[in-house]
Design a protein around this ligand. Structure first.
Ligand code: C5P
Length: 305
């Protein structure tokens, strides 16, 4: 998948370093320093998953965002069966360009689970808003755009209703910045909630974003907070943009990343922070393989309980 190119891998395996923490000690370094361990947000209560949601507005069956490669989604289970045996979720949250997408996709592939790239949903709405001239601070207008979206996730392609593939267009930095502004709007977050819950399908879901563990899937079997230094994240994003043919400048990117981090962490609604009980992983000095292995190992330990 093209998203796997997001983080350059390192060649030599290294011992698992001190960058692996159980939440409670707080993140090790970088922009997350000083963040208090997150509480499960009040707004999540009553939305605890384990219940398959109703159909999201416009959600056609079999359109779980970011479906794992080569998998046909199982039909969404009804509330009764979902309650008896909730579909397991691994929630991976963290700041922009921390490698969440790459790691989440790899973990999903290793387990044979589905994959939800929740950021793609915010980016899709942001792209639609930019194209329609909608203000990214106009919550109700954004929610209306979200309700009208009929994205289809097919392998690496993200198709709009008219068949246009916007998988690359939504990766533009301007779209990411607009997505981060739009994501501060409660009306939009609410509009996208059902679509995210609908991605929870057997045999399991790996979901990445900012509030997967705190708000959207508070009952996730494993919550991971994946971070990395601003410098390494800017370098990764730079490489990713250049590969896609977008112009990119590392100084501007570092500034954009820092601004987006601040906006995502300081917003009133579903701020970015480690969920309570989250495994905090600083991937600055970890290869993709090491990071994926750490997540799988933590899942196996928790699943064994
Ligand atoms: O992860 P990605 O960079 O694609 O996300 C784009 C923007 O969408 C983020 O900067 C963030 O503001 C927003 N977002 C969010 N909640 C999520 C996923 C993304 O607020 N679960």
């Amino acid at each position: 998948s093209r998203r796997w190119r997001r983080v350059p891998g390192s060649s030599s395996p290294r011992p698992m370093p001190e960058s692996v923490h159980e939440q409670g000690n707080g993140p090790a370094s970088g922009p997350t320093s000083g963040q208090a361990p997150g509480q499960v947000s009040g707004q999540a209560s009553g939305q605890a998953s384990g219940q398959a949601p109703g159909q999201a507005p416009g959600q056609a069956p079999g359109q779980a965002p970011g479906q794992a490669p080569g998998q046909n989604p199982a039909p969404a289970s009804g509330p009764a069966s979902a309650q008896a045996s909730p579909v397991p979720v691994i929630a991976i949250d963290g700041p922009t360009a921390s490698g969440k997408g790459t790691v989440a996709g790899r973990v999903a592939a290793a387990l044979g689970w589905h994959y939800l790239d929740s950021g793609a949903l915010y980016r899709l709405v942001a792209l639609a808003a930019l194209r329609a001239g909608v203000d990214p601070a106009d919550g109700p207008a954004l929610a209306a755009l979200a309700a009208g979206l009929r994205p289809r996730f097919e392998g690496g392609r993200i198709l709009l209703a008219d068949g246009e593939d916007v998988a690359d267009a939504i990766r533009a930095e301007a779209v990411g910045v607009a997505a981060s502004r739009a994501a501060a709007q409660p009306a939009l977050r609410a509009a996208l909630l059902a679509l995210q819950h609908a991605a929870r399908r057997a045999p399991g879901l790996v979901a990445d974003g900012r509030d997967m563990g705190t708000v959207v899937f508070p009952d996730a079997v494993l919550k991971v907070y994946l971070t990395a230094s601003v410098e390494s994240r800017a370098a990764r994003r730079h490489k990713q943009l250049i590969e896609k043919g977008f112009p990119a400048n590392i100084v501007d990117l570092s500034r954009d990343l820092a601004e987006r981090d601040a906006r995502d962490m300081q917003r009133a609604q579903a701020p970015l922070r480690p969920a309570e009980g989250a495994l905090v992983l600083d991937s600055t000095r970890l290869s993709i393989d090491e990071t994926v292995a750490a997540v799988l190992e933590a899942y196996r330990r928790r699943a064994a309980h």
